[in-house]
Write a protein that binds this ligand. Sequence first.
Ligand code: IMP
Length: 176
Amino acid sequence: MWNRGISVLYSAKEIEDRIREMAAEINAMYAGKPLVLLCVLKGAFMFFSDLAKRITVHPEIDFVRLSSYGNCDNSSGVISFTKDIEITIINKHVLVVEDIVDTGATMDFLCRQLKARGVASLRIAALMDKKERRAFPVKVDFVGFKVPCGFVVGYGLDYAEKYRELPELCLMNVRD
Ligand code: IMP
């Protein structure tokens, strides 16, 4: 414990090692295919950057931003684009890169939207999977870490827009 209410869940080294393994799986899956790597802002920005550096198939890169959680740890239940894709994805293989899949509401919404645009294939790479709270039938194809219930901050993930800069993934006691 190095800060009140926050403890390290995965170190920077553990994250780096896991991302190297994930990238190898992704490179094997998409060898010879036109890939679009799609970053879900803001939470996935560090994961996306570190993962993209290890992708060898020269993907096109784009970003979306969705409103889902707002400034608290409870889902608002209403999801919408606050920034849409700018490149064409029709007939392309799209890999959505997300920080954490919790209830699955966000990925369910995004995947429906992307499928309707005629992608060749659609998969999800998530740094963390909080499967216990899943309420939507979302399959995460590439999982970094399976995490238990609890609120995670750091390595891009925030609590009220703070802690994104931490190089580790940390568990937060939101009652502190
Ligand atoms: P879902 O729609 O319930 O799957 O929630 C997914 C989104 O909620 C993620 O993209 C995060 O922005 C946010 N989220 C879910 N769990 C956490 C967490 O433990 N820490 C920070 N953000 C989270």
